[in-house]
Ligand binder design. Structure first.
Ligand code: FAD
Length: 454
């Protein structure tokens, strides 16, 4: 039986799309086509008071609540069957205060909007590598990207936020105001409230020297053994994620390399001038292709957007690692060449450098001693390949787990309820206490959920 949402449309100012409406299928579609959820309604809230109104309606009517920022979450945690989706996409204004080097960003903005708005003022905020990802989900989980070694995680640059709490109240939080909340939202995911505004510290950086350096798949063991020693010793300004990928069948890649499975490193150096470390990196081995070039930062941060547009099937898992022993290299060398489809990939993001100089208990993100955050992603447009994607990712991540730290990044997981405690690591119990304070009834439970401490 259809869940009634009578009165919702008059309770909120923004557009409401109910199940059965002509635009319902469009409105409920998520980035990951493997997820097919049918909410009772989607409310496109216009500001924080509208979010509070929608939330009150949902709570009063016993509806499960999902909060949707960019809708990119692998597990589809921006939506919920038979419940209410509070969509933040209309709350996407960005104000950049150039002299103060600050950006105030609506809770539903996308990374590409933030990147271009700050770039116009000669500034940036370190975020993830795909521009269509939501600032909301990415930031609340931590925020890993090309500049993590140079400028820290996204949360390391968050200085304040406006949050709609479970009881509908609207609070401002920073290190002085509601400090427990401010601590919890920096890594604790969407468990604590709906963030309608993020205030970020910005950095004066417009251009990076960046691109992929790609090698024959047979070079995997040599490249990985060199990379694991080289990168942690390199200056913070240089980062590079190790990857397995298939070369995309389109320009600027040379036709003879199209669809070839390769290993490589996607390098990013903060600033245009080639450093000694980068020169050394580029001289390693015999690359098939060196695509390094000076590039405006937002262009590099959106370079994969077209390749990974919405509508593909995605299955993924993550793992934090501190070391890459020879036994782990053997696992990578086995699973890399076995990528089931050409869009499938494995990335190992460097998360040391600036991010590692924040104490483990300073924010809720509790893997400051990790050197890499690995992600195994099976990707393909054809639903018939969903099983093959899932099998490869599960096999790969299970084989790497013995070499990992017991948890993976909260934003890189889908359906592993038994690993949720591990995602929050040593900070889990404090997060559960913060949850009991700010959301004792677990209103916000469509996420990698932390039940309130008893
Ligand atoms: C192609 C691709 C590339 C990615 N690359 C990176 C990367 O480089 N670095 C990285 O760190 N992550 C990356 N991610 C992971 C990404 O951070 C997560 O998928 C994240 O959850 C996406 O946020 P969203 O707002 O788009 O998602 P949504 O699906 O809208 O939301 C995800 C979760 O966050 C909550 N949420 C979202 N916004 C808010 C808000 N304003 N207030 C409260 N709760 C909110 C939701 O309730 C939900 O639980 C990538 C994901 C994809 C699909």
């Amino acid at each position: 039986m259809a869940v009634s949402v009578e009165g919702l449309a008059s309770a909120v100012k923004g557009r409401v799309v109910e199940a059965g409406a002509p635009d319902y299928d469009d409105a409920r579609t998520l980035y990951n086509a493997m997820i097919d959820k049918r909410p009772a309604a989607i409310a496109y809230c216009t500001d924080e008071s509208d979010v509070a109104a929608a939330l009150r309606y949902g709570v009063d009517h016993g509806l499960r609540i999902a909060v949707r920022g960019g809708g990119h979450n692998g597990a589809g945690l921006g939506s919920v069957d038979d419940g209410l989706v509070i969509d933040l996409s209309a709350i996407n204004a960005i104000e950049v205060d150039e002299p103060a080097k600050m950006a105030r960003v609506g809770g539903g903005a996308l990374l590409r909007e933030l990147l271009w708005a700050t770039h116009e003022r000669g500034l940036t905020v370190p975020v993830g590598i795909i521009g269509t990802t939501g600032v909301g989900g990415l930031t609340l989980g931590g925020g890993i990207g090309h500049l993590t070694r140079a400028l820290g995680l996204t949360i390391d640059n968050l200085v304040a936020a406006t949050v709609v709490l479970a009881d509908g109240s609207i609070v401002q939080t920073d290190s002085e105001r509601e400090p427990d909340l401010f601590w919890a939202i920096r890594g604790g995911g969407g468990n604590f409230g709906i963030v309608t505004s993020f205030s970020f510290r910005c950095h004066p950086l417009t251009t990076v020297l960046a691109g992929p350096v790609l090698y024959d798949m047979d070079d995997t063991a040599d490249l990985l053994a060199w990379y694991r020693d080289f990168l942690p010793a390199a200056p913070d300004e240089l980062s590079g994620f190790f990857a397995f990928l298939s070369i995309p069948p389109a320009p600027p890649f040379p036709e003879e390399l199209h669809l070839r499975k390769v290993c490589g490193v996607a390098w990013t150096q903060a600033g245009e001038e080639e450093s000694e470390a980068l020169r050394e990196a580029r001289s390693f081995g015999k690359p098939l292709l060196d695509g390094m070039a000076p590039v405006p930062l937002p262009a590099w941060n959106t370079a994969f957007d077209e390749l990974y547009g919405p509508g593909d099937q995605w299955y993924w898992r993550g793992e934090f690692v501190r070391e890459i022993p020879d036994e782990a290299i053997a696992v990578h060398a086995e699973y890399g060449p076995a990528m089931p489809t050409w869009k499938s990939t494995m990335h190992m993001y460097a998360i040391d450098g600036a991010a590692s100089r924040v104490a483990n208990d300073e924010t809720a993100w509790s893997y400051r001693d990790a050197i890499w955050g690995g992600v195994f992603a099976g990707v393909d447009p054809d639903p018939a390949n969903a099983g093959a994607l899932t099998d490869w990712v599960r096999g790969y991540s299970d084989a790497i787990k013995p070499h990992g730290m017991g948890g993976g990044y909260v934003n890189f997981h889908m359906d592993e309820p038994d690993r949720v405690r591990g995602m929050y690591g040593a900070n889990y119990d404090r997060l559960a206490r913060a949850k009991a304070k700010y959301d004792p009834d677990n209103v916000f439970r469509v996420n990698q959920n932390i039940p309130p401490a008893a």
